[in-house]
Design a protein around this ligand. Structure first.
Ligand code: SF4
Ligand code: SF4
Length: 185
């Protein structure tokens, strides 16, 4: 595995709010054992944390691992060192997007951008808009396989085609911008 030649990665991650715990991980493996999606990770949750601590910046940020996180928070609840792995993995996702890394074997960053764009535009998630953006940015033909499910959702009014905007959307955008400024990601 190629070692990073850039700045100290573990320091960079630990300075971002939510990433401070990375330095106290004791590699007990509880996060990996608790993770319902660990089998899908290129490197397991505890391996990714060990890689951050080893300053393997390129390997971590180009990995698909953290994109398999389901945000169930089991690891965060059970971690004996309060590392808050869930927050850590979302920080790694943000850094990967910020620096333009293309993770292997996953389109999740595309989904991430569609989700964020929907929030910025409407102040809330538009499921139809997200899925439309996702399939148009990846492979539109794969959407054909989802048509039966989409039709059921549409016909039961569970997935409106037109997005509803919240009141105070501009205020929400300001809050998100401020948070990004504080986190630096
Ligand atoms: S559960 Fe916490 S201390 Fe244990 S390996 Fe995972 S992050 Fe590290
Ligand atoms: S929050 Fe993510 S990394 Fe933690 S246990 Fe759940 S899926 Fe796994």
């Amino acid at each position: 595995m190629k070692r990073t030649q850039t700045m100290n990665f573990v320091d960079e991650v630990s300075k971002i709010p939510g990433g401070e715990g990375v330095k106290v991980c004791m590699q007990c493996g509880t996060c990996t054992a608790s993770c319902p999606s660990a089998k899908l990770w290129e490197y397991t949750p505890s391996e990714i944390i060990a890689m951050v601590r080893a300053n393997l910046r390129d390997e971590v940020l180009s990995s698909s691992s953290m994109w398999a996180c389901l945000s169930c928070y089991s690891c965060t609840v059970r971690c004996p060192r309060d590392v808050e792995p869930t927050n850590l993995f979302h920080i790694l996702e943000s850094l990967a997007v910020k620096y333009g890394y293309k993770p292997r074997n996953t389109n999740m960053p595309v989904m991430y951008n569609c989700f964020v764009n929907s929030i910025k535009k409407n102040g809330r998630v538009s499921e139809f808009g997200i899925m439309l953006g996702y399939y148009m940015s990846t492979n539109p033909f794969t959407a054909l396989g989802m048509m039966p499910v989409a039709w059921k959702l549409l016909s039961h009014g569970r997935m409106p085609i037109s997005a509803k905007r919240i009141k105070g959307r501009r205020d929400l955008i300001k809050i998100v911008g401020k948070l990004n400024e504080i986190r630096g990601v």
